[in-house]
Design a protein around this ligand. Sequence first.
Ligand code: PEP
Ligand code: MN
Length: 362
Amino acid sequence: MQTIESNTKTTIQEKWEKRPLIISGPCSAETEEQVLATAQQLAATGKVDILRAGIWKPRTKPGMFEGIGAKGLPWMQAAKKLTGLPTAVEVATGKQVQDALTFDVDLLWIGARTTVNPFSVQEVADALRGVDVPVLIKNPINPDLELWSGALERVARAGIKQIGLIHRGFSSYGNTEYRNAPMWHLAIEMKRRNPGVMIINDPSHICGRRDILMEVAQKAIDLDFDGLMIESHIDPDTAWSDAKQQVTPARLVEMLDQIKWRKEDVPSETFHAALDKFREQINHIDDELMQLLGQRMQIADKIGEYKKNNSVTILQTNRWNQILEKAFGKGERLGLSQEFITRYLDAVHMESINRQNKIMNA
Ligand code: PEP
Ligand code: MN
């Protein structure tokens, strides 16, 4: 028993350092046969580092499959024994943490529906006190980086040393393409705020469907994520949860083979020299853009004073529509997307409005 335990420890420690880190397994553990068969097929690919399965499933609506519960934990333990793959499950309560640890689960993750709730995160963190187990924290359902950071802090304060993040997208009303919009900028900002903290991407819960998994996974790798968590099931269409987004182990291999794995850096002098040159050009252009924006704001200030003296409103919708339309046309010719133009001009416009507002109410 002692030796098995220490072997397992080494394995998860090694896996924690491995890049790209690939976690795969079914959305839910359903039956012992399903868990063991999936584990065997995934292990046989030689491309999966950690076996995942949901044991307790917090569902948005009642009546959906809420997980097999603690009776699935021995199945995970058996899968590990059979394949050598370390195991990972989602935990949402202190009791679940204890149960998972009792059955030697190697890695725990906090789900999106738990990260949103500081009471739950604290309960999980309290149960982790004094325990040496790696923990991954999924982003909260809603696009709120403070909640995500708060969960990271609570787990860190409990003394957990190996903490990582999982980007699984954010719920947004009326969104149709994705089940959970990736909002990549939020993951990038979280990465920037937490240098050195592992962040992997979960294309399965972002996409909610199989056909666009590849492009999301590729984008994550292009953005230098540390790995992927992808749901895989021996017979996806009959899965008890998330049937539309799961892929067979065979398809998983195809995907992993197709992904272009890029490195953050290469040790080549020519490459670095060329990159430095381009970066310098970009720095110059950014400087110029900044100067121009400063000048633009000064003119906006003058308009603000003028409007004030003539008692005219700040926002003149017609004028704004004209600016947008002109910019869309011009942007298209320059290869700039409408989405970008809209975001950029919205930001510039808001800054102008805020400044004019100050002037007019001074
Ligand atoms: C899951 O990983 O199966 C899951 C429930 O994910 P999320 O917490 O991202 O919804
Ligand atoms: Mn799922």
